[in-house]
Write a protein that binds this ligand. Sequence first.
Ligand code: PLP
Length: 402
Amino acid sequence: MTWKKLSHKEISERVFGALDKNHNYMNTKVLGVPASYLDQEQFYFDAPFLKDAPFLSAMIANPNHIGIHTIGESEPFFAGTQEIEKELIELLATDVFKAKPNSIDGYVASGGTEANFQGIWVYRNLFKAEYGAKNEEIGVLFSEDAHYSVNKSCNILSLNPVCIKVDENTREWNLEDLDAKMKAHPQIKYWIAFITMSTTMFGSVDDPDPIIDKIKKNTEHFKVHVDAAYGGFIYPFTNEENKLTFENPYIESFSVDGHKMLQSPYGTGIFLCRKDLIHYTQTEDASYVHGTDFTFCGSRSGANAIAVWMIMMTYGYEGWKFNCQRLLDRRDRIATRYDELGIDYFCNPHMNIITAKAEGFNADIAKKYHLVADNYKDPKWWKIVVMTHVQKHVIDEFLLEL
Ligand SMILES: Cc1ncc(COP(=O)(O)O)c(C=O)c1O
Protein backbone atom coordinates (compact mmCIF):
# COMPACT_ATOMS: atom_id res chain seq x y z
CA MET A 1 0.00 0.00 0.00
CA THR A 2 1.53 3.30 -1.07
CA TRP A 3 -1.36 5.64 -0.14
CA LYS A 4 -0.09 6.82 3.24
CA LYS A 5 -1.28 9.66 5.45
CA LEU A 6 0.81 12.85 5.53
CA SER A 7 0.88 15.60 8.16
CA HIS A 8 -0.59 19.03 7.46
CA LYS A 9 2.96 20.40 7.25
CA GLU A 10 4.05 17.75 4.75
CA ILE A 11 0.98 18.35 2.59
CA SER A 12 1.56 22.09 2.66
CA GLU A 13 5.24 21.79 1.77
CA ARG A 14 4.50 19.44 -1.09
CA VAL A 15 1.83 21.72 -2.63
CA PHE A 16 3.86 24.93 -2.26
CA GLY A 17 6.90 23.06 -3.63
CA ALA A 18 4.85 21.96 -6.65
CA LEU A 19 3.59 25.51 -7.24
CA ASP A 20 7.20 26.71 -7.13
CA LYS A 21 8.09 24.23 -9.86
CA ASN A 22 5.34 25.62 -12.10
CA HIS A 23 6.02 28.68 -14.25
CA ASN A 24 4.44 31.33 -12.10
CA TYR A 25 2.65 34.16 -13.95
CA MET A 26 3.88 36.49 -11.17
CA ASN A 27 7.61 36.19 -11.65
CA THR A 28 8.28 34.24 -14.87
CA LYS A 29 8.38 35.78 -18.34
CA VAL A 30 5.30 34.00 -19.70
CA LEU A 31 4.14 35.93 -22.76
CA GLY A 32 2.26 33.44 -24.90
CA VAL A 33 -0.13 31.56 -22.60
CA PRO A 34 -3.74 32.77 -22.88
CA ALA A 35 -4.27 32.73 -19.11
CA SER A 36 -3.07 34.35 -15.90
CA TYR A 37 -3.42 34.22 -12.11
CA LEU A 38 -6.87 35.02 -10.71
CA ASP A 39 -8.03 38.63 -10.77
CA GLN A 40 -5.94 40.58 -8.28
CA GLU A 41 -8.64 43.05 -7.25
CA GLN A 42 -10.65 40.22 -5.80
CA PHE A 43 -8.14 37.38 -5.16
CA TYR A 44 -4.88 39.06 -4.19
CA PHE A 45 -1.67 37.14 -3.52
CA ASP A 46 -0.68 39.20 -0.49
CA ALA A 47 -3.64 38.11 1.69
CA PRO A 48 -1.90 37.10 4.95
CA PHE A 49 -3.71 33.77 5.38
CA LEU A 50 -2.49 32.42 2.03
CA LYS A 51 0.84 31.23 3.35
CA ASP A 52 -1.07 28.61 5.39
CA ALA A 53 -3.58 27.85 2.65
CA PRO A 54 -2.05 25.69 -0.09
CA PHE A 55 -5.34 24.99 -1.90
CA LEU A 56 -6.37 28.66 -2.03
CA SER A 57 -2.86 29.59 -3.14
CA ALA A 58 -3.15 27.03 -5.94
CA MET A 59 -6.55 28.46 -6.91
CA ILE A 60 -5.06 31.94 -7.22
CA ALA A 61 -1.95 30.76 -9.10
CA ASN A 62 -4.48 29.09 -11.45
CA PRO A 63 -2.46 26.28 -13.12
CA ASN A 64 -4.18 24.78 -16.15
CA HIS A 65 -3.90 20.97 -16.29
CA ILE A 66 -5.04 20.78 -19.92
CA GLY A 67 -4.32 17.40 -21.54
CA ILE A 68 -3.33 14.19 -19.74
CA HIS A 69 -0.17 13.82 -17.68
CA THR A 70 0.11 10.06 -17.34
CA ILE A 71 1.22 9.72 -20.95
CA GLY A 72 3.78 11.49 -23.14
CA GLU A 73 4.45 15.20 -22.95
CA SER A 74 2.41 17.85 -21.13
CA GLU A 75 2.47 21.64 -20.85
CA PRO A 76 5.86 22.39 -19.22
CA PHE A 77 4.49 25.51 -17.47
CA PHE A 78 2.59 23.46 -14.91
CA ALA A 79 4.90 20.45 -14.50
CA GLY A 80 5.07 20.82 -10.70
CA THR A 81 1.37 20.48 -10.01
CA GLN A 82 0.85 17.93 -12.81
CA GLU A 83 3.08 15.60 -10.74
CA ILE A 84 0.56 15.77 -7.90
CA GLU A 85 -2.26 14.81 -10.25
CA LYS A 86 -0.20 11.92 -11.65
CA GLU A 87 0.41 10.69 -8.13
CA LEU A 88 -3.26 10.65 -7.17
CA ILE A 89 -4.20 8.78 -10.37
CA GLU A 90 -1.57 6.14 -9.65
CA LEU A 91 -2.60 5.75 -6.00
CA LEU A 92 -6.24 5.32 -6.87
CA ALA A 93 -5.48 2.95 -9.73
CA THR A 94 -3.17 0.68 -7.73
CA ASP A 95 -4.28 0.89 -4.09
CA VAL A 96 -8.03 1.16 -4.62
CA PHE A 97 -8.67 -0.46 -8.02
CA LYS A 98 -5.80 -2.98 -7.87
CA ALA A 99 -4.08 -2.12 -11.13
CA LYS A 100 -0.45 -3.09 -11.72
CA PRO A 101 1.93 -0.14 -11.18
CA ASN A 102 2.17 2.31 -14.10
CA SER A 103 -0.51 0.49 -16.08
CA ILE A 104 -3.22 3.17 -15.99
CA ASP A 105 -3.83 6.55 -17.61
CA GLY A 106 -6.22 9.10 -16.20
CA TYR A 107 -7.11 12.67 -15.37
CA VAL A 108 -9.27 14.81 -13.12
CA ALA A 109 -12.34 15.63 -15.19
CA SER A 110 -15.22 18.02 -14.61
CA GLY A 111 -17.32 15.30 -13.02
CA GLY A 112 -18.79 11.82 -13.26
CA THR A 113 -20.72 12.75 -16.37
CA GLU A 114 -17.56 13.66 -18.25
CA ALA A 115 -15.63 10.65 -16.95
CA ASN A 116 -18.43 8.31 -18.07
CA PHE A 117 -18.59 10.06 -21.42
CA GLN A 118 -14.81 9.74 -21.80
CA GLY A 119 -14.98 5.96 -21.24
CA ILE A 120 -17.75 5.47 -23.79
CA TRP A 121 -15.99 7.81 -26.23
CA VAL A 122 -12.72 5.81 -25.96
CA TYR A 123 -14.51 2.53 -26.75
CA ARG A 124 -16.63 4.00 -29.56
CA ASN A 125 -13.49 5.29 -31.25
CA LEU A 126 -11.67 2.00 -30.65
CA PHE A 127 -14.46 0.04 -32.39
CA LYS A 128 -14.39 2.51 -35.27
CA ALA A 129 -10.60 2.53 -35.60
CA GLU A 130 -9.98 -1.21 -35.17
CA TYR A 131 -13.06 -2.71 -36.84
CA GLY A 132 -14.42 0.07 -39.05
CA ALA A 133 -17.61 0.04 -36.94
CA LYS A 134 -20.37 2.53 -37.74
CA ASN A 135 -22.17 4.33 -34.91
CA GLU A 136 -25.38 2.39 -35.54
CA GLU A 137 -23.45 -0.88 -35.05
CA ILE A 138 -22.39 0.08 -31.51
CA GLY A 139 -24.69 -0.40 -28.49
CA VAL A 140 -24.33 0.61 -24.85
CA LEU A 141 -25.77 -1.78 -22.25
CA PHE A 142 -26.78 -0.44 -18.85
CA SER A 143 -29.38 -1.14 -16.20
CA GLU A 144 -32.46 0.97 -15.63
CA ASP A 145 -30.83 2.15 -12.36
CA ALA A 146 -27.73 3.52 -14.16
CA HIS A 147 -27.02 7.24 -14.05
CA TYR A 148 -28.56 9.37 -16.78
CA SER A 149 -25.11 10.43 -17.99
CA VAL A 150 -25.05 7.15 -19.94
CA ASN A 151 -28.06 8.29 -22.00
CA LYS A 152 -26.48 11.71 -22.45
CA SER A 153 -23.26 10.10 -23.70
CA CYS A 154 -25.17 7.87 -26.17
CA ASN A 155 -27.00 10.93 -27.43
CA ILE A 156 -23.83 12.98 -28.00
CA LEU A 157 -21.89 10.06 -29.48
CA SER A 158 -24.80 8.81 -31.63
CA LEU A 159 -24.76 5.31 -30.11
CA ASN A 160 -27.65 2.95 -29.36
CA PRO A 161 -28.69 3.01 -25.67
CA VAL A 162 -29.93 -0.44 -24.59
CA CYS A 163 -31.49 -0.34 -21.13
CA ILE A 164 -31.82 -3.58 -19.16
CA LYS A 165 -34.52 -4.25 -16.57
CA VAL A 166 -33.58 -4.88 -12.95
CA ASP A 167 -35.20 -7.01 -10.28
CA GLU A 168 -37.58 -4.88 -8.19
CA ASN A 169 -36.10 -6.05 -4.88
CA THR A 170 -32.44 -6.95 -5.51
CA ARG A 171 -31.83 -4.25 -8.18
CA GLU A 172 -29.72 -6.83 -10.08
CA TRP A 173 -29.66 -6.88 -13.89
CA ASN A 174 -32.32 -9.15 -15.34
CA LEU A 175 -30.09 -11.52 -17.31
CA GLU A 176 -32.93 -12.82 -19.48
CA ASP A 177 -33.72 -9.28 -20.48
CA LEU A 178 -30.02 -8.68 -21.21
CA ASP A 179 -29.93 -11.74 -23.45
CA ALA A 180 -33.20 -10.87 -25.18
CA LYS A 181 -32.24 -7.24 -25.80
CA MET A 182 -28.85 -8.20 -27.27
CA LYS A 183 -30.57 -10.67 -29.59
CA ALA A 184 -33.24 -8.11 -30.46
CA HIS A 185 -30.58 -5.80 -31.94
CA PRO A 186 -28.90 -7.91 -34.63
CA GLN A 187 -27.54 -4.76 -36.32
CA ILE A 188 -25.39 -4.06 -33.22
CA LYS A 189 -22.05 -5.86 -33.54
CA TYR A 190 -20.04 -4.00 -30.89
CA TRP A 191 -21.10 -3.53 -27.28
CA ILE A 192 -20.06 -1.28 -24.42
CA ALA A 193 -21.18 -2.56 -21.02
CA PHE A 194 -21.76 0.23 -18.52
CA ILE A 195 -21.60 -1.32 -15.06
CA THR A 196 -22.29 0.67 -11.92
CA MET A 197 -20.48 0.64 -8.59
CA SER A 198 -23.33 2.08 -6.61
CA THR A 199 -26.37 3.36 -8.43
CA THR A 200 -27.49 6.87 -7.58
CA MET A 201 -30.89 5.98 -6.15
CA PHE A 202 -30.27 2.62 -4.48
CA GLY A 203 -26.58 2.24 -3.76
CA SER A 204 -26.81 -1.12 -5.55
CA VAL A 205 -23.57 -2.46 -7.02
CA ASP A 206 -23.63 -4.50 -10.23
CA ASP A 207 -22.05 -7.96 -10.11
CA PRO A 208 -19.82 -8.03 -13.20
CA ASP A 209 -19.49 -11.83 -13.56
CA PRO A 210 -23.00 -12.91 -14.66
CA ILE A 211 -23.34 -9.79 -16.82
CA ILE A 212 -20.05 -10.36 -18.62
CA ASP A 213 -20.76 -14.10 -19.00
CA LYS A 214 -24.06 -13.36 -20.68
CA ILE A 215 -22.52 -10.70 -22.95
CA LYS A 216 -19.72 -13.14 -23.91
CA LYS A 217 -22.32 -15.66 -25.03
CA ASN A 218 -23.71 -13.11 -27.49
CA THR A 219 -20.60 -11.35 -28.83
CA GLU A 220 -16.83 -11.37 -28.85
CA HIS A 221 -16.69 -7.58 -29.33
CA PHE A 222 -17.37 -5.78 -26.07
CA LYS A 223 -15.70 -3.39 -23.63
CA VAL A 224 -16.54 -2.70 -19.98
CA HIS A 225 -16.64 0.69 -18.26
CA VAL A 226 -17.42 0.96 -14.53
CA ASP A 227 -19.30 4.01 -13.28
CA ALA A 228 -17.90 4.32 -9.75
CA ALA A 229 -18.72 8.05 -9.66
CA TYR A 230 -20.68 7.60 -6.47
CA GLY A 231 -19.32 4.37 -4.97
CA GLY A 232 -15.62 4.62 -5.85
CA PHE A 233 -14.62 6.38 -2.66
CA ILE A 234 -16.58 4.07 -0.35
CA TYR A 235 -17.39 0.59 -1.72
CA PRO A 236 -13.80 -0.64 -2.28
CA PHE A 237 -13.04 0.43 1.31
CA THR A 238 -16.01 -1.32 2.92
CA ASN A 239 -16.01 -4.52 0.86
CA GLU A 240 -12.80 -6.48 0.76
CA GLU A 241 -14.39 -8.81 -1.77
CA ASN A 242 -15.01 -6.00 -4.25
CA LYS A 243 -14.99 -7.56 -7.74
CA LEU A 244 -14.98 -4.30 -9.66
CA THR A 245 -11.24 -3.79 -10.04
CA PHE A 246 -8.57 -3.86 -12.74
CA GLU A 247 -7.83 -7.45 -11.65
CA ASN A 248 -10.84 -8.36 -13.77
CA PRO A 249 -9.31 -8.44 -17.27
CA TYR A 250 -12.56 -7.32 -18.89
CA ILE A 251 -12.81 -4.09 -16.87
CA GLU A 252 -10.78 -1.40 -18.61
CA SER A 253 -12.00 1.95 -17.30
CA PHE A 254 -13.60 3.68 -14.32
CA SER A 255 -15.11 6.99 -13.39
CA VAL A 256 -14.70 7.96 -9.71
CA ASP A 257 -15.93 11.27 -8.33
CA GLY A 258 -13.95 13.17 -5.75
CA HIS A 259 -16.77 15.66 -5.39
CA LYS A 260 -19.17 13.09 -3.97
CA MET A 261 -17.87 10.86 -1.16
CA LEU A 262 -14.41 12.43 -0.91
CA GLN A 263 -15.88 15.90 -0.34
CA SER A 264 -13.55 17.66 -2.75
CA PRO A 265 -14.74 20.72 -4.70
CA TYR A 266 -17.02 20.34 -7.73
CA GLY A 267 -14.96 19.74 -10.83
CA THR A 268 -13.23 16.61 -9.52
CA GLY A 269 -14.54 13.64 -11.46
CA ILE A 270 -11.72 11.19 -12.11
CA PHE A 271 -11.28 9.08 -15.23
CA LEU A 272 -9.04 5.98 -15.19
CA CYS A 273 -8.33 3.60 -18.06
CA ARG A 274 -5.79 0.96 -18.96
CA LYS A 275 -2.77 2.08 -20.95
CA ASP A 276 -3.03 1.80 -24.72
CA LEU A 277 -6.60 3.11 -24.78
CA ILE A 278 -6.51 6.86 -24.29
CA HIS A 279 -4.97 7.50 -27.72
CA TYR A 280 -8.38 6.65 -29.21
CA THR A 281 -9.59 10.06 -28.02
CA GLN A 282 -6.46 11.99 -28.90
CA THR A 283 -7.22 15.27 -30.66
CA GLU A 284 -4.13 15.79 -32.79
CA ASP A 285 -5.50 19.14 -33.96
CA ALA A 286 -4.63 20.47 -30.50
CA SER A 287 -1.22 21.20 -31.94
CA TYR A 288 -0.46 24.30 -29.85
CA VAL A 289 -0.82 22.22 -26.63
CA HIS A 290 2.34 20.32 -25.66
CA GLY A 291 1.44 16.64 -25.95
CA THR A 292 -1.95 17.57 -27.58
CA ASP A 293 -5.24 16.74 -25.83
CA PHE A 294 -6.99 13.46 -25.04
CA THR A 295 -9.79 14.74 -22.82
CA PHE A 296 -13.29 15.98 -23.51
CA CYS A 297 -12.99 19.17 -21.45
CA GLY A 298 -9.70 20.77 -22.55
CA SER A 299 -8.57 23.39 -20.01
CA ARG A 300 -9.13 22.29 -16.42
CA SER A 301 -8.23 23.39 -12.93
CA GLY A 302 -4.91 22.17 -11.50
CA ALA A 303 -6.09 23.41 -8.09
CA ASN A 304 -8.94 20.89 -8.18
CA ALA A 305 -6.53 18.00 -8.70
CA ILE A 306 -4.51 19.32 -5.77
CA ALA A 307 -7.65 19.39 -3.59
CA VAL A 308 -8.30 15.68 -4.28
CA TRP A 309 -4.70 14.79 -3.47
CA MET A 310 -4.72 16.89 -0.28
CA ILE A 311 -7.84 15.15 1.05
CA MET A 312 -6.44 11.73 0.18
CA MET A 313 -3.19 12.56 1.97
CA THR A 314 -4.99 13.92 5.03
CA TYR A 315 -6.43 10.47 5.77
CA GLY A 316 -4.29 7.86 4.05
CA TYR A 317 -5.91 4.60 2.92
CA GLU A 318 -6.56 3.32 6.44
CA GLY A 319 -7.97 6.63 7.68
CA TRP A 320 -10.33 6.79 4.75
CA LYS A 321 -11.48 3.23 5.38
CA PHE A 322 -12.26 4.17 8.98
CA ASN A 323 -14.34 7.17 7.80
CA CYS A 324 -16.36 4.94 5.50
CA GLN A 325 -17.04 2.44 8.27
CA ARG A 326 -18.29 5.23 10.55
CA LEU A 327 -20.88 6.16 7.94
CA LEU A 328 -22.08 2.55 7.76
CA ASP A 329 -22.49 2.48 11.54
CA ARG A 330 -24.77 5.51 11.28
CA ARG A 331 -26.66 3.91 8.42
CA ASP A 332 -27.30 0.89 10.66
CA ARG A 333 -29.24 3.05 13.14
CA ILE A 334 -31.67 3.80 10.32
CA ALA A 335 -31.80 0.21 9.05
CA THR A 336 -32.51 -1.17 12.53
CA ARG A 337 -35.38 1.26 13.09
CA TYR A 338 -36.80 0.62 9.61
CA ASP A 339 -36.78 -3.09 10.46
CA GLU A 340 -38.62 -2.45 13.74
CA LEU A 341 -41.19 -0.28 11.99
CA GLY A 342 -41.68 -2.84 9.21
CA ILE A 343 -40.55 -0.39 6.52
CA ASP A 344 -39.47 -2.08 3.29
CA TYR A 345 -36.13 -0.86 1.99
CA PHE A 346 -33.13 -1.63 -0.22
CA CYS A 347 -29.62 -1.33 1.18
CA ASN A 348 -26.34 -2.77 -0.07
CA PRO A 349 -24.51 -3.91 3.10
CA HIS A 350 -21.37 -2.04 2.00
CA MET A 351 -23.01 1.24 1.04
CA ASN A 352 -24.21 4.33 2.87
CA ILE A 353 -27.45 4.63 0.90
CA ILE A 354 -30.73 3.33 2.27
CA THR A 355 -33.80 3.55 0.05
CA ALA A 356 -37.28 2.92 1.45
CA LYS A 357 -40.36 1.99 -0.53
CA ALA A 358 -42.70 4.98 -0.67
CA GLU A 359 -45.82 2.92 -0.12
CA GLY A 360 -46.81 3.39 3.51
CA PHE A 361 -43.88 5.76 4.14
CA ASN A 362 -44.85 9.12 5.65
CA ALA A 363 -44.24 11.49 2.73
CA ASP A 364 -44.50 14.61 4.91
CA ILE A 365 -41.65 13.40 7.09
CA ALA A 366 -39.68 12.41 3.97
CA LYS A 367 -40.08 15.94 2.64
CA LYS A 368 -39.37 17.60 5.98
CA TYR A 369 -35.99 15.83 6.19
CA HIS A 370 -35.23 16.29 2.50
CA LEU A 371 -35.12 12.63 1.55
CA VAL A 372 -34.72 12.25 -2.22
CA ALA A 373 -37.46 10.61 -4.31
CA ASP A 374 -36.83 8.49 -7.40
CA ASN A 375 -39.45 10.65 -9.11
CA TYR A 376 -41.00 13.61 -7.32
CA LYS A 377 -44.16 13.49 -9.44
CA ASP A 378 -44.95 9.96 -8.30
CA PRO A 379 -42.48 8.74 -5.66
CA LYS A 380 -41.98 5.00 -5.40
CA TRP A 381 -38.84 5.25 -3.28
CA TRP A 382 -37.34 7.67 -0.77
CA LYS A 383 -33.59 7.57 -0.19
CA ILE A 384 -31.24 8.67 2.53
CA VAL A 385 -27.53 9.12 1.78
CA VAL A 386 -25.52 8.97 5.00
CA MET A 387 -22.79 11.51 4.30
CA THR A 388 -20.57 13.16 6.93
CA HIS A 389 -23.08 15.95 7.57
CA VAL A 390 -25.83 13.43 8.37
CA GLN A 391 -25.30 13.59 12.12
CA LYS A 392 -26.57 11.09 14.64
CA HIS A 393 -28.86 13.54 16.44
CA VAL A 394 -30.62 14.44 13.17
CA ILE A 395 -31.01 10.74 12.34
CA ASP A 396 -32.47 10.15 15.81
CA GLU A 397 -34.88 13.08 15.47
CA PHE A 398 -36.03 11.77 12.08
CA LEU A 399 -36.47 8.22 13.37
CA LEU A 400 -38.39 9.41 16.41
CA GLU A 401 -40.77 11.34 14.23
CA LEU A 402 -41.19 8.38 11.92
C1 PLP B 1 -23.60 6.79 -10.29
C2 PLP B 1 -23.39 8.19 -10.82
N1 PLP B 1 -22.72 8.35 -11.98
C3 PLP B 1 -22.49 9.55 -12.51
C4 PLP B 1 -22.94 10.69 -11.89
C5 PLP B 1 -22.71 12.02 -12.54
O1 PLP B 1 -21.83 12.79 -11.81
P1 PLP B 1 -21.68 14.37 -12.03
O2 PLP B 1 -22.93 14.99 -11.53
O3 PLP B 1 -20.46 14.67 -11.25
O4 PLP B 1 -21.47 14.61 -13.48
C6 PLP B 1 -23.66 10.59 -10.68
C7 PLP B 1 -24.18 11.75 -10.01
O5 PLP B 1 -24.97 11.71 -9.11
C8 PLP B 1 -23.87 9.29 -10.13
O6 PLP B 1 -24.53 9.11 -8.99
